[in-house]
Design a binder for this molecule. Structure first.
Ligand SMILES: [Zn+2]
Length: 435
């Protein structure tokens, strides 16, 4: 069992005792059995003798509903990809039902690959929340606010009002943390960005944003404002408060101190940054500066084509090594921490999730060790990051409830989702055929 507690305890033949939605004790199986197991026949047991028990993986940046656009357009420049494919495809296809089915597909893929919590930003976010809650998953869900007419709201003012309504509806939910998500500095006016900050603070909820993703974004800010995107957002007061920012690829030396001082959590998305050739985020420098950095997949419509956190761990470690010319950079144990406890820190939720410790929510996964790629096992972190696969995940528990058992999702009708995905493929392809 890998705990990811402060001492990074790894317990051989470990066990977790759970009551309701929380972990009550973690320790050697003999101890836990003696205390809770043998005497209580009413107890619910889940025995996995040949598996690793670990905290659920945390995907700190995605757009779950975009699952229905998987592979719609690949290997393009970001601007072409957005303007010729994604924006038209969204304008013609994205409505509430699209978001519902796309989210279901995303949730199914995430849960089966060991993700228990995810941060999302998209449209019709109340529908994302409804589906997430129905599936029994945990989500930090941001209603998008953007400076042009969107599928759900036609103006930023309407989007902000919608975000407020959404935040109020989910203010005290055990699984959903509602958030406001201004898209980025280059798509949203300064006034709207500041209004989003005010809204988040009024309800004590997070603000989610894309930050310094591309060189173009960085250069535009320098040209128009004579400062980096991070400095510009900081000067506007947008980063001050509970904030989760995705990417942070293009940072000035002074930006590290700004992010650290603001307490901004960063989502590092290696697949997306590589596929869109955005650049390489200075992950080690951010960590050295004391900035919490988690891992994210980004959306699957072209910036990544899946929501597999096992791949992100592996790529995060290797991307730093090859970039820095240093095979010791970002070792496996650190990459695994980024997918769990550090992801929880980036979300501002490390008191509740991210590790197996008494008092935390019971978000736990089992990773089977019966496949050839799992044997032999010398080092558990090496195995988790470099050789185990999403398909090795056996069981998934979120908030004390088992939602995946024996590699089968219990809370979503997978056949219906797959059939709908095919229906939407035909519809989306048709809508783009004029391009
Ligand atoms: Zn994104």
């Amino acid at each position: 069992m890998v705990t990811e507690d402060a001492q990074r305890h790894v317990i051989e033949n470990g066990a977790v005792a759970i009551q309701g939605d929380r972990i009550i004790e973690v320790g050697p199986r003999a101890t836990i059995d003696a205390k809770y197991g043998a005497t209580n026949r009413a107890i619910n047991r889940l025995d996995q003798p040949t598996a690793i028990l670990a905290p659920g993986l945390i995907n700190t940046h995605t757009h779950a509903a975009m699952s229905l656009f998987r592979g719609v357009a690949d290997d393009l420049k970001l601007q072409d990809w957005l303007e010729k494919y994604i924006f038209p495809a969204e304008a013609k296809n994205v409505d509430r039902e699209f978001v519902r089915w796309g989210t279901r597909l995303g949730l199914l893929e995430m849960a089966l690959s060991g993700t228990t919590a995810f941060a999302d930003m998209y449209y019709f976010e109340e529908t994302v929340a409804e589906e997430t809650k129905n599936a029994g998953m945990r989500g930090v869900l941001g209603q998008t606010v953007i400076g042009f007419p969107a599928p759900d709201y036609k103006t930023p003012e309407a989007a902000l009002a919608g975000a407020e309504k959404f935040i109020r509806a989910y203010a005290d939910d055990p699984l959903i943390v509602p958030a406001v998500a201004p898209h980025a500095i280059y798509t949203t006016s300064d006034e709207t960005l500041q209004a989003a900050r005010t809204l988040a603070d009024r309800y004590g909820k997070p603000l989610i944003i894309h930050l310094a993703e591309t060189k173009a974004e960085f250069d535009e800010a320098v040209q128009k404002r004579k400062k980096s995107p991070t400095r510009a957002l900081s000067d506007l007061g947008v980063l001050q408060g509970w904030t989760l920012a995705a990417h942070a690829v293009w940072l000035d030396p002074a930006d590290f101190g700004l992010l650290r001082a603001a307490g901004t959590g960063i989502s590092h998305c290696p697949s997306s940054n590589m596929k869109l050739a955005s650049g390489v985020a200075p992950v080690l420098k951010m960590l050295q500066a004391g900035i919490p950095v988690g891992l994210g997949t980004d959306g699957v419509a072209g910036s990544n084509n899946d929501v597999d956190m096992f791949e992100e761990m592996d790529l995060a470690a290797k991307l730093q090594k090859v970039t820095l010319g240093d095979p010791t950079a970002l070792p496996a144990d650190q990459a695994f921490a980024m997918a769990t406890i550090m992801g929880a820190q980036a979300l501002g939720m490390s008191k509740e999730i991210g590790s197996l410790e008494a008092g935390k929510r019971a978000d736990i996964i089992s990773i089977r060790l019966d496949a050839p790629n799992a044997a032999p096992l010398y080092n558990v972190y090496s195995q988790l990051v470099y050789s185990l696969k999403a398909s090795d995940v056996g069981e998934v528990m979120v908030n004390g409830r088992i939602i995946v058992r024996n590699r089968k999702m219990l809370t979503i009708d997978d056949k219906a989702v797959m059939a709908k995905a095919e229906e939407y493929r035909a519809k989306v392809a048709k809508s783009l055929s004029g391009n």
